[in-house]
Structures are given as structure tokens and as C-alpha cells.
Design a protein around this ligand. Sequence first.
Ligand code: DC
Length: 231
Amino acid sequence: MRPSTIAIDGPAASGKSTIGYHLSCYLSYLYLDTGVLYRAVTWAALDREISIADEAAVTHLAEGLHIDVMPSTETDGRQYTVRVEGRDVTWAIRAPEVDAAVSPVSAYSGVREALTRRMREIAALGRVVMVGRDIGTVVIPDADLKLYVIASAEERAHRRQLERQTKGERAEYEAVLENLQQRDQIDSSRAAAPLKAAPDAIIFDNTDLSIDEMLKQAERLVDGLDPNGCM
Ligand code: DC
């Protein structure tokens, strides 16, 4: 029987969202990239000029903020639409200012509690692929299948750089690598729900795989097959 709840965790630009989105289409499941919730709170704090260092104010914001994540409403390359208080922020939450501020916001335990509660409500419905940093360890520790997706920091930096350049943004390799390493460091050393593999997660290293190979292997994993077996 195929897993109903699939938890996918891993560091930034490791391929976890690409895998998660693909699997959700393959299985016709709901897809939730939970990083967008942390990004939406961060975006709203910046938009309202709330200091990111003000933990109480940011937590209060997270507890009351109306965030909707829904199937894509536009044909501009997005996988889904994110609205904050009705405003479409799908691309705004990917801005470099949000990148720079999202790790401290996601380290606040009150913010995590508020957002984890929403994630669990969604997971309880089943037939879901949920992607993040602590899905298999904290949000749905009883998920039917857990993947922990990794790739080398250099490979991840190349991918992120390419992604930025494709969008017409400037992206220096060294700066992208440094930003990724800083975020890895904050995400894995924070006290609240640090980034780490659940003991029962399958470690999925895709450093040397093409996107096609990576997605085929992921399909085989949900089908209960050896990912490296005959295609
Ligand atoms: O995956 P992403 O880059 O969009 O995530 C944005 C930030 O949110 C990142 O710093 C890690 C954090 N995050 C988290 O702490 N827990 C999650 N379940 C998802 C994301």
C-alpha cells in the first residue's frame, strides 16, 4: 500500500521541494511546502516594519496572520499560490530580504508552535506530501514515509544560483554558497526543532543525480521499490 502521509526534510536547495511537488502530482496528493509559512510571516513582519529581533511581536504576528496556500492561480511558473491577508505574495516571499530574515524568524519557538499547529491540521487529512526541516521529526513523526534529502553545499549553491539567474536576478556563486551555509548553520543548531534526519528517515543523497534520475528514484521509493533497481 502506498504511504498516505509523506514527510520530506532537508537543507535549502537540496531538491526536496522538487521531489515533494513531483510526488504530489504523481500520487494526486496535496502538496505543502511548509517553508512558505515561515516566509509569509517574515514577509509580513518586514512589510509592517516589525523588527525581526522583536520575538514577542513576531510571535504575535504569526499567531494571528491569515495565510492561505492553494493550488496555483496563475500561469507564471509557480507551483502554488500563497496569500497573506488576501494579498498574493507568492513571489514576494522569495525576495532576498526574506531569505536574509527567515532563519531567525523560524528559530522563535512561539512562531514554530503557531505554524506547526496549522501543519498538523492539514496532515491529519492524509494524502499529503509535506516538505520542510522538521516534518519527520516534529510535525508528523508518525508519517508513513520519511525522506531526508541532501546534496553537497557546492551543488546546492550552483542550483540556487541558476534558479536566481533564470529569474533574471544577479547571483554570485560565492555569496549564494555563503548564504546557504549560514542558513544551514542556523537551521541545524537552533534549539527549537533543529534540522536533522528522523532516525527512521531514508537518506536520499542526490548530489550526482540528474533531475530525472532523482524523480524516478523518488517514485520508486513511494512505490516501495529499491530506488536503484532496474528502471
Ligand atoms: O525551505 P525554505 O528555504 O523555503 O525555508 C525557509 C526557512 O524556514 C528556512 O530558514 C528554514 C525554515 N523552515 C523551518 O524551520 N521548518 C520548516 N518546516 C520549514 C522551513
